[in-house]
Design a protein around this ligand. Structure first.
Ligand SMILES: [Zn+2]
Length: 144
């Protein structure tokens, strides 16, 4: 019998900002320096945004065996399993995209009774948050 852990992955700020230098006249980009080498016009600095959540999830799934088995392309859980390495894999993966926040939510095998855990992972660092249970106060009118 395998473990019945379930994982879900969300990504906030999936876009990496990259600076490109572009010549408006020639339409040439990715040139470093202040002036176009072709026409001598001053280059314009532009922020280019790359990567969608789907791209990042897909890249993660190609790098992590656990992720490809347990997480769907849209980040939802595809099937339950151990997922033993998934958090470590994601921590390592996140350093490639330092501006993005990865939110991994784990619902653990009910046999262990652990509350669900959310891992906030950014640029190789993790904040681990366990769900907390709250109980309603005693209310005599609710006695049955
Ligand atoms: Zn030019």
């Amino acid at each position: 019998m395998g473990y019945d852990n379930r994982f879900k992955l969300e990504i906030k700020d999936p876009f990496i900002k990259e600076i490109e230098y572009k010549c408006i006249k020639c339409g040439i980009s990715n040139i470093s320096g202040k002036f176009c080498q072709q026409c001598g016009e001053p280059l314009r600095k532009e922020e280019v945004k790359k990567y969608s959540p789907e791209t990042l999830i897909n890249n993660f799934r190609t790098e992590s065996e656990d992720a490809s088995a347990l997480i769907k392309e849209n980040g939802e859980c595809s099937q339950s399993g151990s997922g033993h390495d998934i958090e470590d894999d994601l921590v390592e993966f996140s350093t490639q995209y330092p501006e993005s926040l990865f939110i991994l939510t784990a619902t653990w095998d009910s046999g262990f009774g652990d509350p669900p855990t959310t891992f906030y992972i950014k640029n190789g660092k993790t904040q681990t948050c366990e769900a907390t249970y709250t109980y309603d106060k005693f209310d005599e009118s609710k006695l049955k």
